[in-house]
Design a protein around this ligand. Structure first.
Ligand code: TXA
Ligand code: MG
Length: 333
């Protein structure tokens, strides 16, 4: 079945109603969607992605009423929904019985978000029920931020990719667990920053730093979050500041031989042909939106290594640092 890339919401919904997963745009990354009521379609999502069943899926709802239909909503959740939905914030809450175990990986919780992408919202409204959607990439590949990325990674196994152009944020949603009432926990940093969440909750948020998915006490909190993730094929080096980086003798050859250098913002001198910039106008959100696209593009070219510098730590920089430290083969910051 040849994949079609198109702009028809109706066609996407036709496939979904036949229990066939399709790729849909969201404001974060492209998702591989299946109706919450179709166990057959949800099983296909796991098999198409080659994803282990112990990784739970995010349920995407149209609004706060959709949230209440799948999860227990407490006052903290209600306040966050009021402030940040629709938008790139996923909440982990106690689930209701209508959420299949396949979605929650057998846990009593469910992750829920309400995308602000208007095309995704039109699909939800025409379909009339929530959609589960992991990122539309094969297991442990880079999340897709354009229809072209989906086509290259999963094109041969999908019936339809709904084209919504490049994703606005380009990084996966922030995931916050509210399971322990007294201890909100940031499971995945994302476009909504820890500081923004703390301002609404008026309490500090715990962050997860240990080796995710190792059998630690924290392991059960974040199934499916891996310490190593999103790695390109080409060796990726993470350094503090590219413009002022001086490699030691052992690394010098690697640093200068057919290596691509990726700056967050332009250096104070003209760019050389092997140098790339994530945001020429010095906007951190533009840099975040371009990050995965640059990694994918450079990984397909013939560079012998990729070198990228650490983004600033404020705002969405925290999420960029998180993704880069998982993607990097060598962290020499
Ligand atoms: O931006 C996003 O969130 C994108 C778009 C498509 O919406 N989706 C996405 O899904 O990134 P995925 O499957 O690639 O990552 C979802 C992660 C899981 O790997 C898991 O770590 C976490 O969400 N998750 C889901 N359900 C959970 C639960 N009940 N408890 C803890 N973590 C959960
Ligand atoms: Mg993913």
């Amino acid at each position: 079945m040849p994949v079609r890339v198109g702009k028809s919401v109706e066609e996407a919904v036709r496939w979904l109603r036949r229990s066939e997963p399709v790729a849909l745009p969201t404001e974060t990354v492209y998702g591989l969607a299946a109706p919450l009521s179709s166990v057959a379609a949800i099983e296909k999502v796991f098999s198409l992605k080659q994803r282990p069943f112990q990784n739970p899926l995010i349920v995407h709802v149209a609004d706060a009423a959709g949230l209440a239909s799948v999860a227990e909503v407490d006052a903290s959740a209600a306040a966050l929904v009021k402030r940040f939905w629709p938008g790139p914030l996923t909440l982990v809450l106690r689930k209701k019985a209508c959420v299949p175990n396949l979605v929650s990986a057998g846990q009593p919780s469910v992750a829920v978000r309400c995308p602000c992408n208007t095309i995704f919202q039109r699909v939800l409204s025409l379909l009339g029920e929530p959609l589960v959607a992991p990122s539309a990439n094969k297991f442990q590949h880079i999340s897709p931020t354009t229809p072209q990325h989906v086509l290259e990674d999963m094109g041969e196994v999908l019936p339809y990719i709904l084209d919504g152009g490049p994703c606005q944020f380009g990084l996966e949603s922030t995931i916050l667990s509210l399971l322990e009432e007294s201890q909100p926990t940031l499971l995945r940093p994302g476009p909504i920053s820890q500081k923004q969440l703390e301002e609404v909750l008026m309490c500090p948020i715990r962050t997860l730093q240990p080796a995710f998915n190792s059998p630690t006490a924290m392991g059960h909190l974040a199934p499916g979050l891996y310490k190593k993730h999103y790695s390109p094929q080409t060796p990726l080096y993470l350094v503090q500041n590219l413009e002022h980086f001086v490699p030691d003798a052992a690394l010098q050859k690697t640093f200068i031989t057919a290596a691509a250098h990726i700056f967050i913002y332009p250096p104070a001198r003209p760019l050389r042909p092997h140098e790339f910039v994530l945001s020429s106008k010095r906007s951190l959100s533009e840099a975040a939106a371009n990050l995965f696209g640059y990694l994918q593009m450079l990984d397909r070219q013939n560079w012998s290594s990729l070198w990228i510098e650490m983004p600033p730590s404020q705002g969405v920089g925290q999420a960029m640092r998180d993704r880069l430290s998982r993607a990097a083969h060598f962290n020499i910051t």
